[in-house]
Design a protein around this ligand. Structure first.
Ligand SMILES: *Cc1c(COP(=O)(O)O)cnc(C)c1O
Length: 406
């Protein structure tokens, strides 16, 4: 038997991506007991760091153990009681995931949709809110399936005006695109590490406003099926998951340290290091690095004669979709990039399956050398597949972006 050994891939898909080396180092730290003050100090420290990452003062900022959808599920299952109305604007695959999770919570799910490659105008969302009068608006900020970035700035004010809670899944966008939780009045946000935060999948940072906390706390510690006499509505029906019961998880992370799960300490070390990386490099510097890498990749793709997917005004900085040219075998190109060049790029789902590749420039890989290697390798593979392109122009175009000339 051999120790683990994997090829040295450059992960330029829509996530996961290569981890920052310091994150991997942090994750090889030896354990201490979960109530050891050395450990609980790190838990508190991680909460404080993620408040800064989310740009919030929310006391309730912590980690859900599990992949990004664990965070989504915790937020939705803890908030939504059977029959509660939720409005979900869908502009890609992850909007459908929010709807699916809300349906399983037996919420009354209302969706509105735009074609893949577009985003919503805030007015469309406000109109739907007026019509549906939901308890919760749940919307994805950046959907990697379409590369689109939904502006959230105005939605918080709209939600407050109509007394609606506002949740967003910012997994794909955080770190590489702006997210100002308090300023934008977002009540609940969940993310994951494996996109622009530069860590592995397996931990879901979450932040909750006081008004969101108040709503989920009302459901705590109530016997199954018994309505809480202190609240008039059906409010009080017990949260239908132990693992994702936010009041229990808050009591575990809080002063009381009431036992819930065993903290996934190694993931916590990794999550904490992702935050330390982001904050010590500086949020603005990291945003700029993602913007540059994304622009350079886009300009390179266009210089090769390839056509980017979707409304570019609303593209996330950190991922680009590319229409697979006619007469080019998209899977063969991905295969050759992987096996000849050790570079992974992404395929697509649903309506875009077989039609669009997706290339990410995220976290540790939002770097000039990673962009240039990917463009040059893609050019070579495409040329050998018979696609006619102007040799060398992709890398030149990307270098001009880095030189500040485009
Ligand atoms: C990538 C991504 C996820 C990932 O969810 P996992 O459970 O970690 O696989 C969730 N939401 C969005 C918007 C994403 O882009």
């Amino acid at each position: 038997m051999q120790p683990i050994s994997l090829p040295p891939r450059l992960l330029m898909g829509p996530g996961p991506i290569n981890c920052y080396p310091r994150v991997l180092t942090a994750m090889s730290t030896q354990l201490v007991g979960q109530y050891d003050p050395a450990m609980t100090d790190y838990m508190n420290d991680t909460m404080a760091l993620y408040r800064r990452v989310f740009n919030t003062q929310n006391q309730q900022t912590f980690l859900i153990d599990g992949t990004s959808r664990a965070g989504i599920e915790a937020a939705l299952v803890s908030c939504l009681e059977p029959g509660d109305k939720v409005l979900i604007p869908i502009f890609g695959r992850f909007g459908h995931l929010l709807a699916e999770i809300a349906e399983r919570a037996d919420a009354e799910v209302h969706t509105i949709e735009v074609p893949w490659g577009e985003v919503f105008d805030p007015q469309q969302i406000e109109d739907a809110i007026k019509k549906v009068q939901p308890k919760l608006l749940a919307v994805v900020q950046g959907d990697t399936s379409t590369t689109m970035f939904q502006p959230l700035e105005e939605l918080g004010t709209i939600c407050r005006a109509h007394d609606v809670l506002f949740y967003t899944d910012a997994t794909a966008s955080i770190g590489g695109n702006p997210l100002n939780v308090d300023e934008w009045q977002i009540d609940a946000v969940t993310v994951g590490l494996q996109k622009c935060l530069g860590g592995p999948s397996g931990s879901a940072p979450i932040t909750l406003s006081d008004r969101f906390v108040e709503v989920v706390r009302k459901r705590a510690h109530v016997e199954a099926g018994i309505r809480d006499a202190h609240h008039e509505s059906a409010s009080g029906l017990r949260i239908r998951s132990n693992y994702f019961d936010l009041p229990m998880i808050m009591d575990y992370w809080g002063e009381e340290r009431l036992n819930h799960h065993t903290e996934a300490a190694t993931m916590l070390f990794g999550s904490r290091e992702c935050a330390v990386q982001l904050l010590s490099e500086g949020q603005d510097a990291v945003l700029l690095r993602h913007q540059l890498a994304g622009d350079a990749m886009l300009k390179g793709i266009q210089a090769m004669g390839l056509k980017p997917f979707g409304d570019l005004k609303h593209k996330m900085s950190n991922v680009v979709g590319i229409h697979i040219p006619d007469n080019v075998d998209g899977e063969k190109v991905r295969h050759d990039l992987l096996h000849l060049f050790n570079i992974e790029i992404g395929t697509s789902f649903g309506p875009l399956k077989g039609k669009v590749w997706r290339i990410g420039t995220m976290g540790y890989n939002a770097r000039q050398d990673a962009v240039l290697h990917t463009l040059q390798s893609l050019e070579t593979v495409l040329r050998r597949a018979g696609f006619v392109l102007p040799a060398g122009e992709a890398v030149d175009a990307a270098m001009l972006v880095y030189a500040g000339e485009r």
